[in-house]
Design a protein around this ligand. Structure first.
Ligand code: FCB
Length: 472
């Protein structure tokens, strides 16, 4: 894969981490003392308790780090439905990706040098169970080494059991459409927990189930490539919810103190025309179906489509925290009063040009959405872990601005009492971005795909300085 040098000038070549306090990153934040002493400030009648500095301080046990997924970084994955999708020419090939399967130690050294105390990654089911019911001791040994490598660097793992991809043998049996998926998933999760539960407290059962549903059954862009198949999509969401509930119990049987959630993608929605009732209605519909339904169902133990449908799940309260993936906002226009019409369409990029900054994939940079969702989801009274937030940026300055603006929103939410457990940037490395292939550069660490050379970006060092100071 040819290297993309759009932001090469902004990248810093990998170097051993500087001694504490040294290096340019930390110095960025030094505020010069005032030239003359300022007059004594008038005493505030309502001093905030415990405020010792003008800056915002993050909680001492805050999880700081980055996230990846197997298909996007490991390389050499051949036994899953995505590999078949690549082979069918529907999306670019992932090939060797970041060769992280072999280079994880080097990559974790970089994460540790950047101050990360936490790292989210996914287990590749098709490696662990390449044939139905047959588990690979080699793959289990590999992921054991990955977990040991994290532990020896003082990095807490956050493990995703399923990040979109299904083993081929399972996809051929109908994958998410098969009622048997629950049984297969529970067998896989049980084996994984038998092996890894002593090493892992934080578990993500499913990554972005509703995104997968939209892409796979409504938009036809991802496997199994169905379009507007609302009926099957509804069946799939039931299976996903049930799989989570069953996995939740398996995980807790293995480890009482486990923290279990899904990684829930949330999208801010705005009506295409705020004066148009139909667009506002579509926004409300999408807000519920896309952002809230899944978490609501797991919390309450029932799937609810108000006025349309209600079904009990095997249990409620199967979330120990809420994993949130947040990136951007969509403008929505209604196209009718049946279900597809209510879901509506997302406006094309040239529709709302006045909105300002867009990232390299055309998504709007909309930081205020993050504080909005942190506050919205605080209603569940559970810790919230930001399991993904990041930007594909042609310039690393834009990446740092993005991170800073989003951390600012996190700080505001914490200040207002939202229990935010941590912030995991997407992604540690430039990587394979599904249908967009290698053109999107999300990494704190740049990767030259021609020779697998890593280069730590300045934004990564600036974030590292925030982490070390635990202060913004
Ligand atoms: C999220 C996915 C992740 C990555 C980022 C950019 O929706 O979970 O795999 O592709 O988007």
């Amino acid at each position: 894969m040819a290297s993309d040098d759009r932001d090469a000038a902004d990248d810093l070549v990998v170097m051993p981490s500087p001694p504490a306090g040294a290096g340019s990153a930390a110095e960025e934040f030094v505020v010069p003392p005032p030239a003359s002493p300022s007059p004594p400030a008038e005493k505030c009648e309502h001093p905030a308790p415990g405020v010792h500095s003008a800056n915002f301080r993050f909680p001492h046990d805050f999880l700081w780090g980055a996230a990846t997924s197997a298909q996007q970084v490991e390389g050499g994955i051949t036994g899953n439905d995505w590999a078949d999708w690549e082979r069918a020419g529907k999306v670019p090939p992932s090939g060797a990706a970041c060769d992280h399967y072999h280079r994880f130690r080097e990559d974790f050294d970089l994460a540790a040098s950047l101050g990360h105390n936490s790292h989210r990654f996914s287990l590749e089911w098709s490696r662990i169970e390449p044939e139905e019911g047959k588990f690979s001791s080699e793959a289990i040994a590999h992921y054991t080494e990955v977990l040991e490598a994290l532990a020896s660097r003082g990095i807490t793992p956050v493990v995703t059991l399923l990040h979109y991809t299904l083993p081929r043998w399972l996809a051929l049996k109908g994958g998410w459409e098969s009622p048997d998926i629950e049984r297969h998933y529970v067998r896989y999760v049980t084996r994984v927990l038998d092996e890894f539960s002593p090493h892992v407290r934080w578990w993500i059962t499913l990554n972005e189930p509703v995104v997968q549903l939209f892409k796979g059954w409504l938009l036809g862009q991802w496997p199994p490539g169905k379009q507007d198949d609302f009926k099957t999509a509804f069946m799939v969401i039931r299976h996903m919810l049930r799989c989570h509930v069953r996995a939740y119990h398996v995980i807790h049987q293995h480890r009482a103190d486990a923290m279990v959630s899904v990684a829930k993608h949330v999208l801010a929605f705005t009506p295409c025309n705020p004066k148009r009732f139909r667009d506002r209605l579509s926004v409300r519909f999408r807000e519920y179906v896309f952002n809230r339904l899944f978490i609501d169902a797991l919390h309450k133990g029932a799937i609810r489509f108000p006025g349309l449908f209600w079904e009990r799940l095997p249990a409620g309260r199967t979330l120990d925290f809420i994993g949130l993936n947040y990136y951007t906002r969509d403008f929505v226009h209604n196209s009718g009063f049946d279900v597809p019409g209510l879901v509506g369409g997302s406006c094309p990029l040239d529709h709302h040009e006045h909105i300002g900054k867009r990232n390299a994939l055309g998504w709007e940079v909309y930081p205020e959405g993050l504080a909005h969702f942190l506050k919205l989801f605080s209603r569940y009274k559970l810790p919230i872990l930001i399991t993904e937030n990041g930007v594909p940026a042609a310039s690393d300055e834009d990446r740092w601005t993005f991170i800073y603006m989003h951390l600012w929103q996190v700080a505001r939410a914490i200040d207002e009492g939202v229990p935010v457990a941590g912030y995991l940037y997407w992604s540690l490395l430039d990587n394979y971005e599904w249908a967009d292939g290698y053109k999107a550069r999300f990494g704190l660490v740049g990767v030259d795909f021609a020779n697998q050379k890593r280069s730590v970006r300045r934004s990564a060092k600036l974030l590292g300085a925030v982490i070390r100071r635990s202060e913004l």
